[in-house]
Design a protein around this ligand. Sequence first.
Ligand code: WQD
Length: 325
Amino acid sequence: MTGGAGYIGAHTVRALHAIGRPVIVLDSLELGSAAAVLDLPLVVGDISDEALVEQICRDHEVDTIVHFAAYKNVGESMKLPAKYFHNNVDGTVHLLDAAVRAGVRHVVFSSSCSVYGTPASVPVDESQPIHPESVYAETKAIVERVLHWYGVVHGLESVSLRYFNAAGASFDSAIGEDWTYALNLIPVAIRALLTGDQELQVFGDDYPTPDGTCIRDYIHVDDLAQAHIAAIDYLAAGGDSTAVNVGTGLGSSVFDVLRGIERLAGRPVPHHVVDRRLGDPVSTFSDPARSFAVLGWQPKYGLDEILSTAYRWHVAQLEGPAGPG
Ligand code: WQD
């Protein structure tokens, strides 16, 4: 598993370990933390180090690579495109070349709903046109195409999981999203409420939606982890290469999220409304039909569990190891 020390990676490592699947993690620890991998085998290195990747795959008889490792900051990608194309695209090509040489047969790829850009219509299904609106999203769309051709030429079968908005934390607050780097709504809103060090900026409340704020499909990170296991099993059972949306099919507005956090904390999220953010789709949420039909997967959790697990995780982080769990 590449990037297994990251947010979604760590939850997936834990879910695989919980059902007794052998896992080895490759992570540069540039943005992840070794603690997130708990006591599972971790190799610190880069996906573009072909000799290292090939050695790991041979030594551990890897048959499936779950590929999370990537830069994912949309705003940064629009300032530093080379950083994103080198790491997310070129790094993946090196990874796949080493994997093919080592006899790896399956890849589950961490893609993103942002490959659709502003969706033509909602709910979004996999037949919708791919037109990325950021360098980050473009790198995800390119890697999907690279995987297609590695399937045609090398017989490497893959599932690209197009995540909607990953959020939440583990139910025991053992792992969750590190708000240090997070720019996403839920960690930023909870940080504003818990620390008060900066108010949440709401990027526009003049959209053509019921409450004027943008709508997104927030999916619990543990549901996402299960979708990766379903994709691994689908390929192991001989499934053909494909791309699948992974979301709940339910849309929540920014104010829905703030109200949910306020209900948990018993006090308001300090925020103020500013101008719209460039590139924000008004509304995007998934059509979950195919994820169930192809992978037999469906989400178990909704916005309440996402917000309550995220809130408890961030409170626990603030209290530190000495504080009550
Ligand atoms: C959610 C909503 C903002 C922050 C991105 C990527 C996507 C995936 C998830 C990686 C929007 C609003 C946010 C803030 C706000 N990443 N917002 N104030 O942009 O939907 O998706 O992250 O896979 O690929 O595109 O997520 O959390 O940034 O925004 O008002 O400080 O919250 O306008 O409506 P987004 P987000």
